[in-house]
Design a protein around this ligand. Structure first.
Ligand SMILES: [Fe+2]
Ligand SMILES: [Fe+2]
Length: 196
């Protein structure tokens, strides 16, 4: 395992104010990653997950257009952006790099936004009553998709040699579960899902 640490230089941006330099330093520091050698099996699994993420991006983007409730549109747009992040992470892994996990930035920040958005949706939903049939169908379809994708990440994780790669995939899987929770909460608030 080789760790690459990008050493930023401010000589390229001497005119930047100090706060901007700090932000730039943080961004460059976040680019730190580890190099790994993939087995053929790991590569195949990552390619599969990449295809799943493509489907998720497409589904959430289309659902954001089709949904009637503006709050649901917002939720789907947020999730579409997070699926795009997952796709990019997988591409990075296929290039032999493992992004360094940082729960306070990057994907970690996206997770919190997703859950907060779902919470806001749920509260508004309780005020506005039952959702439309179109919205219910979209929710059911996406909830089913999240269950499936989360399951495939779980299977893939068991095949990885490098524990940092496992952590990265586990991080993505956690976000898939949070997407499922966000949709579940929306459905529950709109009388679309009544767990007995
Ligand atoms: Fe995803
Ligand atoms: Fe997801």
């Amino acid at each position: 395992m080789i760790m690459i640490d990008f050493k930023p230089s401010f000589r390229l941006a001497p005119a930047l104010p100090l706060n901007k330099k700090r932000l730039l330093l943080q961004k460059l520091t976040d680019r730190r990653c580890f190099i790994m050698q993939l087995t053929q099996k790991e590569r195949m699994l990552l390619e599969d997950q990449k295809k799943h993420e493509e489907v998720c991006i497409r589904k959430y983007t289309e659902a954001a257009e089709k949904a009637n409730d503006p709050e649901l549109k917002q939720l789907y747009s947020t999730y579409a952006a997070q699926e795009q992040q997952h796709y990019q992470t997988l591409e990075q892994m296929l290039a032999g790099q493992i992004p360094q996990q940082n729960d306070q930035a990057g994907q970690g920040a996206g997770q919190g936004q997703g859950i907060q958005a779902a919470g806001a949706v749920g509260r508004q939903g309780m005020q506005s009553g039952a959702g439309s049939k179109i919205d219910e169908d979209l929710c059911n379809d996406l909830l089913m998709t999240e269950k499936y994708v989360s399951g495939t990440y779980d299977t893939a994780i068991f095949e990885f040699t490098d524990s940092r790669a496992r952590q990265t995939l586990n991080h993505i899987q956690k976000e898939e579960q949070q997407h499922g929770e966000g949709i579940f909460k929306y459905m529950q608030a709109h009388g679309m899902y009544q767990p007995s």
